[in-house]
Ligand binder design. Structure first.
Ligand code: BG6
Length: 255
């Protein structure tokens, strides 16, 4: 739900003070796992947005201390009749979280069946920043994106990403590392990924955050989501008996 390396005076992964920690609810903050689809389901309007992985229980499959002093947790999603009704594929979702000087999160989808299937996914990470009006995101220059807040039109990113209002963009066909430059907290957060061809950048801004109700007053100003994803034309075909891993490493450095 949050992560703050020892040398940092502020968390790197943001958690809302008003996050609702209740069964079946998604948490406002942390690293929500969007799986096995991203955004709205392609055909079933009644299915949960961003899939069901972020609102069902996971079980601890393993824990380890790594040689370099990090702590590693491996979790598996618990399937149920309800999840199987929405996702009738023989699959296993596993997440490995390595907490140390950096934070690593790796989401693996195993296809245990005899037919390929297609997934959408994201590690929907909320990053803690000094102020949304003062950060820049580098790494997406020249990329094409779908502008969800701007009616779904396609545009090209010119220069660094900066924020002056609600921003909801799916950058497609990019494997680039992103850096969040934070002038106020005097640091850079680096987001380095593999197995991910989309990057989603999201900030709700005042009005939407207010409606959502779980950000707290001005909470939205202290976060930005930089999501390592496979969405839109970048959904992934997981071959029969095969697997796919989306992995991200978060680290910080002085600005
Ligand atoms: C982003 C989407 O990934 O998640 C946005 O692009 C959405 O459209 C946001 O508003 C938050 O979603 P939720 O379901 O956690 O409120």
């Amino acid at each position: 739900m949050t992560w703050q390396p020892a040398r940092e005076s502020a968390p790197v992964v943001w958690l809302s003070k008003l996050a609702k920690l209740a069964p079946g609810k998604s948490i406002r903050g942390g690293v929500p796992v969007c799986w096995p689809w991203f955004g709205a389901h392609a055909t079933e309007a009644g299915y949960p947005g961003h899939g069901y992985a972020r609102t069902v229980p996971w079980e601890v499959h393993g824990t380890a201390a790594t040689a370099d002093g990090a702590t590693q947790l491996t979790l598996r999603l618990c399937e149920s009749e309800q999840t199987r009704a929405m996702w009738p594929h023989a699959s296993r979702a596993e997440i490995r979280i390595t907490v140390g000087k950096t934070l690593k999160v790796a989401l693996t989808t195993h296809n245990m069946g005899d037919a390929d299937f297609v997934i959408g996914e994201a590690l929907h990470t909320y990053l803690h920043i000094g102020d949304i009006g003062e950060v820049r995101i580098l790494g997406l220059e020249g990329c094409e994106y779908m502008d969800k807040a701007g009616g779904g039109v396609r545009r090209n990113q010119e220069g660094a990403v900066t924020f002056t209002g609600e921003t909801d963009r799916v950058y497609v066909s990019t494997e680039a590392e992103c850096v969040i430059e934070d002038a106020r907290l005097q640091r850079r957060i680096r987001v380095a990924k593999s197995g991910s061809r989309s990057t989603v950048v999201w900030t709700p801004w005042a009005e939407k955050a207010d409606k959502m109700g779980d950000f707290g007053p001005d909470g939205w100003r202290a976060m930005v989501c930089v999501e390592s994803a496979n969405a839109l034309e970048n959904t992934v075909t997981v071959p029969a008996r095969g697997c796919h891993t989306l992995a991200v490493e978060y680290s910080t450095e002085p600005h």
